[in-house]
Write a protein of this length. Structure first.
Length: 207
C-alpha cells in the first residue's frame, strides 16, 4: 500500500533541516511551482518555504513541457530562495538543484545519475528527474528563486504513459527495489541545504 505524506509525517522528518522555514503540503495540486509563485504575489513567505504535493495535475518542465506526477509514486516539491549574499545566475541556480539531487541519490543508492544539460537527471539514457527554476528580477538582479524538483521514485513501467515509456524511468525500476520516499526526500533537502548555505564547502561548478 502506498503511503501518502501529510504534515504530520513531513514536519517531523524535516525538523532538523535548518533551511526549511515553512511547509505547505497538498494531496493534489496543479503545480507546486505555480502555487509558490502565486503565494509570493499575495504574501511574502520566508526563504525556505517548501511546497510539497503527492500529485500534480499540471506539473511541467522547461518550455512548459508536461511532467507526469502521479500520486504517491514520486517526489514533487518546490522551494523558495531569496538570495542576498549568494550570487548565482539562472543556470547556476539550476545546477545547484540538479547536482544536489544527483549527489543525494548517489550517496543513498550508490548509483551515478547523468546530468543532461541543463536540468535533467538520466539513468541508462532514460529520464528519472528534473529541476525547474524560475527567477524574479529587480534591476537585473535575481531577487527570488522558485525551484521545483521532480523525481520518479516508485513508478513501475505501467505507471508511465505509453508515449514516454521508452524515455522515462524510476529509481525503483533502475534499482529493482522499492524506494523509501521519505528518506530520499530528507536526503535531497539536506543536500540542497548544505550546497546553498555552505557554498565554500559545496561550490557550484559548471557542467
Amino acid at each position: 500500500m502506498t503511503e501518502i505524506f501529510d504534515e504530520a509525517i513531513l514536519l517531523p522528518a524535516l525538523s532538523n533541516c535548518l533551511f526549511v522555514k515553512k511547509l505547505y503540503v497538498f494531496r493534489e495540486i496543479d503545480s507546486t511551482n505555480d502555487f509558490l509563485k502565486s503565494l509570493c504575489l499575495v504574501h511574502m513567505p520566508p526563504e525556505g518555504t517548501f511546497v510539497y504535493a503527492e500529485k500534480q495535475t499540471k506539473g511541467r518542465g522547461r518550455f512548459s513541457r508536461h511532467w507526469d506526477s502521479p500520486e504517491g509514486k514520486g517526489l514533487w516539491f518546490s522551494c523558495l530562495f531569496m538570495p542576498k549574499t549568494r550570487i548565482l545566475n539562472d543556470l547556476e541556480w539550476t545546477q545547484l538543484g540538479v547536482k544536489a539531487c544527483q549527489k543525494a541519490i548517489g550517496d543513498l543508492y550508490h548509483i551515478r545519475l547523468n546530468i543532461r544539460w541543463p536540468n535533467d537527471l538520466f539513468y541508462s539514457e532514460k529520464k528519472v528527474g528534473g529541476v525547474l527554476t524560475e527567477t524574479v528580477r529587480k534591476k537585473n538582479a535575481i531577487r527570488r528563486v522558485v525551484m521545483g524538483i521532480g523525481i520518479n521514485v516508485n513508478q513501475e513501467e505501467k505507471d508511465f504513459d505509453p508515449s514516454i515509456r521508452d524515455h522515462a524511468i524510476s529509481l525503483k525500476i533502475a534499482l529493482k527495489q522499492k524506494i523509501d520516499r521519505l528518506r530520499l526526500l530528507v536526503q535531497i533537502v539536506r543536500q540542497l541545504e548544505k550546497d546553498y548555505l555552505y557554498p565554500c564547502e559545496h561550490p557550484v561548478k559548471p557542467f
